[in-house]
Ligand binder design. Structure first.
Ligand code: ASP
Length: 323
């Protein structure tokens, strides 16, 4: 079978780093995963790009937009049949979800990374890269949205999250699981994801903050947000979607200023809903105009709200996005 044409984009992260004599993991002059790219040419014809080499805590929405434009350019100019992006794992899920919401292409787009740098024992970078190329070349990967492939598992951008600080099986999709696996014999999909709508984005200029709720929280953080220039807020609420009563005044002041508030649960599993009718309970918050996120985690809800606000500040439009 003819090899497919895959765009391989290196953006940095541990997969592009090495450990020094002191044990610190650092980027060097050369990018080890870019040098190893030749070893994956057995699987695909590659176009390789390195728009920047950054640890992923340095990645911003502007970088995500840069990656999106690069993919669109190569799709139009070169007819690429798939994309693989190497990325730091810390914010990988945010870039994946950004691309999932904004790219209107059905070719496979796969993000991958590594938990161990290039010269550490058990380094997983090259292995994950090969698994990702194999997935991007697989016909069944078409039309499945943006995918994340590490440690032999295929996850959707919408559900995947980094669950462990150092373990190689860190990427999981709580409640839902992976949609496929990569085996020695082939790439196997066992679920078909439900795809979200796509949104346009010219400039990621809207500022959205994530705030985590805690016992005894008051309104001060909320009342200072508009002065700080934030356009939207995601709150990681307690349990099924509740907040301490001390926050209600702050929530009301944000709503009065038309700053949308999206609620997610700070619980690892489950969906925030308008169940409780007490002061600060989900029912009370919904009646006040708080938007419930339908199961996204805080960092994904933030990406979605930021993209939505760039398109429209209309409350109905924003709440429809989270249905
Ligand atoms: N701190 C690193 C990063 O996100 C972690 C990694 O790549 O795994 O760039």
């Amino acid at each position: 079978m003819a090899k497919k044409l895959i765009l391989l984009i290196h953006t940095g992260g541990t997969i592009s780093m090495a450990q020094d004599q002191t044990g610190a993991v650092i980027p060097g002059k050369e990018n080890p995963i870019a040098e190893q790219s030749a070893q994956v040419s057995d699987y695909a014809n590659l176009i390789v790009e390195s728009p920047f080499t950054l640890p992923s805590p340095h990645i911003t929405p502007e970088h995500m937009l840069q990656i999106k434009k690069l993919i669109e350019k190569y799709y139009l100019d070169s007819g690429i049949e798939g994309v693989v992006i190497t990325h730091g794992t810390d914010t990988l899920e945010e870039t994946a979800y950004f691309l999932d919401l904004t790219l209107r292409l059905s070719i496979p787009v796969v993000l991958t990374g590594a938990m161990r740098s290039s010269n550490e024992i058990g380094s997983d970078g090259l292995y994950n890269l090969i698994s990702s190329i194999r997935t991007a070349c697989c016909d069944e990967a078409y039309g499945k949205g943006v995918l994340v492939v590490l440690n032999d598992e295929i996850h959707t951008a919408v559900n995947v999250t980094k669950t462990h600080a150092s373990n190689v099986s860190t990427f999981q999709s709580p409640q839902y699981g992976p949609i496929g696996i990569v085996t020695k014999g082939g790439v196997v999909f066992h679920h078909t994801p439900k795809l979200d709508l796509k949104y346009s984005l010219q400039e990621p200029s809207k500022k959205v903050v994530i705030i985590k709720a805690y016992a005894g929280m008051d309104s001060r953080l909320f009342t200072s947000l508009s002065e700080l220039g934030f356009d939207g807020v995601v709150i990681e609420a307690l349990g099924q979607g509740n907040l301490p009563p001390g926050t209600v005044e702050g929530i009301q002041s944000l709503i009065k200023e038309n700053i949308p508030i999206v609620l997610v649960s700070r619980c690892f599993n489950g969906i925030a809903q308008d169940v409780y009718g007490y002061e600060g309970g989900g029912r009370h918050l919904k009646e006040m105009g708080v938007i419930f996120s339908n199961g996204l985690n805080g960092q994904k809800a933030r990406i979605k709200l930021m993209i939505g606000l760039a398109q429209s500040c209309d409350h109905q439009f924003i709440s429809n996005m989270f249905k």
